[in-house]
Design a protein around this ligand. Structure first.
Ligand code: SAM
Length: 211
């Protein structure tokens, strides 16, 4: 089992204050104004997660790096890819991993309505990650390994897992986001990528949807 997650970072997130979402300004910022992330009001302790599974990818790891083992295998998401444009918010996001590889970079523009993917699709969670980003990092995990996201928010890790035909288990404390996650994962299951038909028939993926 591998944990691929984007937990609460312990930064007291509320848009308009710290911003690691890429929401930017404008309509999306208004939509999520002052919405808080459950559990983000206290320091995040990754220790329990490290006792589960064999591999871990934890987005936001730079916010709790003092509680993580040292690693050379950080993943970077360059959110300003190619634009050369910087603003008040973070230019990139970092994931701590124990993959034992070298550091890797994913360039994918994601700034307010300026998005390299999912254009025209409204965001449903204030710190929603691009599906493409989660697909990229799940590809570092061997095929067949169960992907666990204990903080799945709107279910992006689950959508990416299903699209790649990977077995997935997701947990979310907020009932509203849990329902959104289930709906997104189910939709991804019902509309698989043409090249990954296995996603439709993977028994573990079907069991997860039947829960
Ligand atoms: C940073 S967000 C994840 C967003 C996700 N990556 C997405 O694309 O939508 C972290 C999520 O963890 C949830 N959470 C916080 N504490 C939790 C807990 N103890 N158990 C399960 N979920 C929790 C929050 O409600 C929030 O939706």
């Amino acid at each position: 089992m591998a944990i691929v997650s984007d937990p609460p970072y312990g930064i007291g997130f509320a848009h308009g204050g710290n911003d690691n979402s890429g929401i930017g300004r404008g309509a999306y910022a208004t939509k999520f104004a002052k919405i808080e992330i459950r559990g983000d009001d206290r320091p995040f302790d990754p220790a329990p997660l490290l006792t589960i599974g064999n591999q871990h990818i934890l987005w936001g790891g730079n916010h709790f790096a003092d509680r993580l083992p040292s690693s050379s295998a950080w993943l970077t998401w360059d959110k300003r890819a190619a634009s050369g444009h910087s603003n008040d918010f973070a230019d990139c996001e970092l994931a701590w991993t124990d993959l034992g590889t070298v550091a890797r970079m994913f360039r994918h523009h994601w700034d307010g309505m300026m998005k390299a993917s999912e254009r025209g699709q409204p965001r449903v969670h204030p710190t929603q990650k691009p599906i493409a980003l989660m697909e990229w990092c799940i590809r570092f995990i061997a095929n067949g390994t169960i992907i666990l996201d204990p903080y799945m928010g709107s279910g992006t890790t689950g959508v990416a897992s299903v699209k790649l035909g990977r077995p997935f288990i997701g947990i979310e404390i907020d009932e509203g986001y849990f329902d959104i996650a289930c709906a997104r994962i189910r939709k991804a299951h019902d509309q698989p990528d043409m090249l990954i038909e296995a996603a439709r028939t993977a028994p573990a993926a079907q069991e997860a949807l039947d829960l």
